[in-house]
Design a binder for this molecule. Structure first.
Ligand code: SAH
Length: 389
């Protein structure tokens, strides 16, 4: 493997556990390095830092996948990583539905794999993984013998890596809606043209936690998608469930999901919850419990201020929809908002909504989405549960 040498001092962050090298931190890239090529990374004194994949087209010119030098990124490596990822998930109590590979945090930068039984979805979000699609497939085949592997490479972040948007599958043709089982319920993944959204496995533990607080409660699942929070709440004895989302398609799927699981039909509110969101009454509230799980509202670093204002608005609405002594759970899945940013917006929202808040818990993503300590970019989901007095 060829060598990539850092400028003096630029190794410090990496030694503390960070896994990315930016274009201004290297001594100069050999011009003929190909996107995705594996290199051995050394500091300015020639001391070993690890192995990484390069991408001269990206600001992140190198992503470390191993602390060893000359670590081949071959089928054997992928198989070893996949087996180790599976062992960790099984240790955590997952059986066959989980995030198998959480990119950098699992030693496979840019690679995201979700497992739904024998159906797998894969995202190659960095050149190093894009270049090795065939190896990824081969290793998956040898370890799991999947029925279908669907490459959902339409994530906008691929553009930053100079990669095209494309969707492809191997094995059996995927159905329009794939169903999987979890927590005693059947869940849909929408695979119809242009809707390839997958499922939000990062919320699995949080849905279970919220369901515990929903017995006998009137519950609003805001930004519901197919109603994951609401469905589990219904299963665990919520008195009434309202699902609110802008997407007609998501609410249709939610309807199908509730029916398929024999759950009482919830109330559906198709509404824009970001602009002039409806008042509590219009949604059938106020509620004993509100879960608000908006899409990422900070698309890039530069829009952080604006994005945080949007969170403030969303959180304020959630608190206004909550009745006296009710509970509000708010979430952010923006990579650009840290836990402190979100805590601050919750505090402000309480003031704006003129509510007295008591914080009850803080949540992250389910543990099949590990966070690489030292590489904060692997932590993105934050949840806060408050009692709204
Ligand atoms: N809570 C869900 C995941 C939510 S994903 C779960 O547990 O599965 C975010 C959802 O927000 C998507 O369904 C999307 O359709 C919806 N959404 C995006 N913009 C919106 C808007 N302006 N108003 C209402 N819903 C919106």
């Amino acid at each position: 493997m060829r060598r990539l040498t850092l400028k003096p001092g630029e190794e410090r962050r990496l030694r503390r556990g960070h896994l990315w090298i930016f274009d201004n931190e290297v001594k100069g890239l050999p011009g003929d390095l190909e996107p995705g090529e594996a290199v051995t990374v050394v500091d300015s004194n020639g001391k070993l830092l690890g192995s990484g994949t390069v991408n001269p087209r990206s600001r992140i010119v190198c992503r470390l996948y191993s602390r060893r030098g000359d670590q081949a990124l071959d089928v054997a490596y992928f198989k070893r990583r996949f087996r180790s990822c599976q062992t960790l998930r099984e240790r955590l109590g997952f059986t066959d539905v989980y995030r198998l590979v959480h990119a950098e945090a699992d030693g496979l930068p840019g690679l995201v794999i979700d497992r739904f039984g024998s159906f797998f979805t894969v995202q190659h979000n960095a050149a190093g993984m894009d270049r090795r699609k065939e190896l990824v497939l081969q290793a998956l085949d040898e370890v799991f013998q999947p029925r279908t592997v669907l490459s959902m490479d339409d994530n906008p972040s691929r553009a930053l890596e100079g990669l095209p948007s494309e969707v492809a599958w191997a094995g059996e043709e995927p159905p329009e809606i794939a169903w999987y089982e979890q927590d005693g319920l059947q869940w849909p993944i929408d695979l119809s043209e242009g809707q390839k959204t997958g499922a939000y496995l990062d919320q699995v533990f949080n849905r279970r936690e919220m369901a515990r607080y929903c017995r006998g409660a009137r519950v609003l699942d805001a930004f519901s998608y197919t109603g994951g929070f609401g469905a589990l709440a219904a299963k665990y004895g919520a008195k009434e469930v309202v699902l609110a989302d802008r997407s007609e398609r998501a609410l249709e799927l939610a309807k199908e999901m509730f029916a398929r699981n024999g759950l009482p039909e919830p109330r559906f509110e198709q509404a824009d919850l970001l602009h002039n969101a409806p008042k509590a009454k219009a949604l059938g509230g106020p509620f004993d419990m509100v879960v608000s799980d908006p899409p990422p509202l900070i698309p890039n670093k530069g829009s952080k201020r604006d994005g945080l204002k949007k969170y403030l608005g969303v959180f304020t609405d959630a608190m206004r929809w909550t009745g006296p002594e009710g509970l509000t759970a708010v979430f952010s899945c923006s990579h650009h908002a840290g836990r402190d940013d979100i805590l601050e917006q919750v505090k402000r929202a309480g003031r704006r909504a003129q509510k007295r808040l008591r914080r009850l818990a803080i949540y992250g993503a389910s543990p099949d989405h590990p966070v690489a300590v030292g590489h904060p970019e692997t932590e993105y989901l934050h949840g806060i549960l408050v009692e709204v007095g």
